[in-house]
Design a protein around this ligand. Structure first.
Ligand code: GLP
Length: 260
């Protein structure tokens, strides 16, 4: 790992999407955090607040650590949202995305504002309406993304992704491959323990952000990255929608990029 000034990457374009590929995952995370940090500093020069949608998952961990360390951001002026949450899950559950973000970001930054999707809301459709209203109060400045092993963005699974969704957030049934991914990553003990349904921000909500920063690393993502960048642009590979977004940048490490 080098100093931030020495980090090297290859950059190329796939349709409208900018792609950066790094030898090392750590370098990718640090450079992506610097990119996001500078962008948020810029936003705060011209606006009172910046609104950011956070992603969760293993890919984000090093990035979030580096972003928190980046410095020069007045976190009290940052308003955070997140991409998705399991239906029926308590905020304290180790697999809950609220828990993930509270432990790694909210408890560290303290002054930032967080709007969480209440996964265990008794009236899930009313929770969708509540979250839609807060999301729509002002434009989103930055949306962070990971990519599921099946190509999902947030929980927009290949079976249900709709590039023209009219909803901002919706309830979806999770593919078994996605549920298995959560077990493999250590967030749940077994497949039966992973909820079958979840809330997800939709593809149009993600694409409406002013900037999109998507990251993928490791061998387990190489096949889907190949499909995303070389296959057809289709809801069957939800992440392929990013090829239509000139305001999106995809950060890859060498393992994720190794089939390109
Ligand atoms: C999860 C989440 C996504 C996340 C993606 C990647 O299932 N729903 O929001 O970005 O899959 O996860 P990971 O980084 O662990 O591969």
């Amino acid at each position: 790992m080098g100093n931030i000034e020495e980090i090297k990457f290859q950059s190329f374009q796939v349709d409208a999407l900018s792609v950066r590929s790094y030898l090392l995952f750590t370098d990718m995370a640090i450079d992506a955090a610097s990119w996001a940090g500078k962008y948020l500093q810029d936003c705060l020069k011209y606006q009172d607040n910046a609104r950011v949608i956070l992603a969760t998952g293993t890919t984000q961990i090093k990035f979030l650590e580096a972003l928190i360390k980046f410095g020069g951001i007045d976190w009290s002026r940052i308003v955070f949202f997140h991409l998705d949450e399991y239906l029926g899950i308590e905020a304290n559950h180790i697999g809950s995305f609220r828990r993930y973000l509270r432990d790694r970001v909210e408890n560290v930054l303290k002054s930032a504002t967080f709007h969480y999707i209440k996964g265990d809301a008794i009236q899930p459709l009313e929770e969708c309406d509540r979250y839609t209203q807060i999301l729509k109060e002002k434009p989103i400045d930055l949306c962070l993304l990971g990519i599921g092993e099946n190509g999902h963005l947030a929980f927009n699974e290949p079976s249900i992704a709709n590039f023209n969704d009219t909803k901002a957030i919706k309830l979806v049934k999770l593919d078994n491959s996605t549920r298995q991914q959560q077990v493999n990553q250590g967030y749940f003990s077994q497949l039966d323990a992973v909820p079958q349904y979840a809330f997800t921000l939709t593809i149009p909500t993600i694409c409406a952000a002013k900037k999109i920063l998507c990251m993928a690393n490791g061998d387990r993502k190489s096949l889907i990255i190949k499909e995303m960048l070389k296959g057809e642009i289709s809801p069957k590979c939800p992440a392929s929608v990013l090829r239509l977004q000139s305001h999106a940048t995809l950060f890859l490490d060498a393992d994720a990029a190794n089939l390109l």
